[in-house]
Design a protein around this ligand. Structure first.
Ligand code: AMP
Length: 222
C-alpha cells in the first residue's frame, strides 16, 4: 500500500505518518527528515540545502526527485510507503507518477490533512523533538508524560527546528499555497484525493485516517 499525506507545514503529516507506518507496516519517507540529515553531513550540497531551508523556500525539484527515487525503486519500497512532504510541486508529482509506472507500483491513497493557517502558526511554534530518538512533542498538544523527559528513550535532550521560527513559518506557508496547494486539484481531478479534518486532536485524526484506509478506496471524496 502506497500513501501520500498532503497538507501545509504543521498539519500533522509527520505525527500521523508515524502512526500509519506502525499500524500498516509501511516505510515512512519524510523528505524533510532526509534533507535535515543531509544538512548534518556538512557537504557542499548539504550547506546549499541548509540555506534554502532556512529561507523557508523549496529545494529544487531535480534534487528532490533524485532523493526520493532511490527510496521507492527496487526493493526499497516493496512493502509500501507513506510519503510525508513529497511531492510538493506539480513537477515532483509528475516525476513520481513516472517512477511508479516504471516500477509497476500505484498510489492507493492521497490524503489531505485540512487545517487553517492561524492554527498552523500555533502548532508549529510549540513543537519540538527528542534530540536522541526523534520522538515528536508539543508544548500544548503533546507533552511528555514526565516533564522534560522523552517518553520513548528517557532522554532529557530536546530540540526545536531552525525553520520553525515565526519569520520562516510565514514563508513556508506562502511556498505551500503557491507551489504545493495546486497538487490538491491535480489529485482531485483524477478521483484520488481524500480529505481528513486535521483540526481535530491527534488521536481523532489518527482514527479518521485508520477508518479511511481500512475502508478502502470506496470512500473517495470530492
Ligand atoms: P518539512 O519537514 O516537510 O516541513 O520540510 C522542511 C523543509 O525541507 C521545507 O520547508 C523545504 O525547504 C524542504 N523540503 C522538504 N521536502 C521538500 C520537497 N518535497 N521539495 C522541496 N523542498 C522540500
Amino acid at each position: 500500500m502506497n500513501i501520500i499525506l498532503l497538507g501545509p507545514p504543521g498539519a500533522g503529516k509527520g505525527t500521523q505518518s508515524e502512526y500509519l507506518r506502525d499500524t500498516f507496516r509501511l516505510t515512512k519517507l519524510s523528505t524533510g527528515d532526509m534533507l535535515r540529515e543531509s544538512v548534518k553531513s556538512g557537504t557542499e550540497l548539504g550547506n546549499e540545502i541548509k540555506e534554502i531551508m532556512a529561507k523557508g523556500a523549496l529545494v529544487p525539484d531535480d534534487i528532490m526527485i533524485a532523493l526520493i527515487r532511490d527510496c521507492i525503486t527496487g526493493d526499497a519500497g516493496k512493502n509500501g510507503f507513506i510519503l510525508d512532504g513529497f511531492p510538493r510541486t506539480l513537477g515532483q508529482a509528475a516525476a513520481l507518477d513516472e517512477m511508479l509506472e516504471e516500477e509497476g507500483k500505484e498510489l492507493d491513497f492521497v490524503i489531505e490533512l485540512q487545517v487553517d493557517d492561524k492554527a498552523l502558526i500555533e502548532r508549529i511554534a510549540g513543537r519540538y523533538t527528542c534530540g536522541e530518538c526523534g520522538a515528536g512533542y508539543h508544548d500544548t498538544f503533546k507533552r511528555p508524560v514526565t516533564d522534560g523527559q522523552c517518553d520513548v528513550c528517557g532522554s532529557k535532550n530536546f530540540k526545536r527546528r531552525e525553520d520553525d521560527k515565526a519569520e520562516t513559518v510565514g514563508k513556508r506557508l506562502v511556498a505551500y499555497h503557491e507551489m504545493t496547494a495546486p497538487l490538491l486539484p491535480y489529485y482531485r481531478d483524477r478521483g484520488m484525493l481524500r480529505s481528513v479534518d486535521g483540526m481535530a486532536d491527534i488521536p481523532h485524526v489518527t482514527s479518521e485516517l485508520n477508518a479511511l484506509i481500512s475502508n478502502g478506496k470506496s470512500r473517495a471524496a470530492g
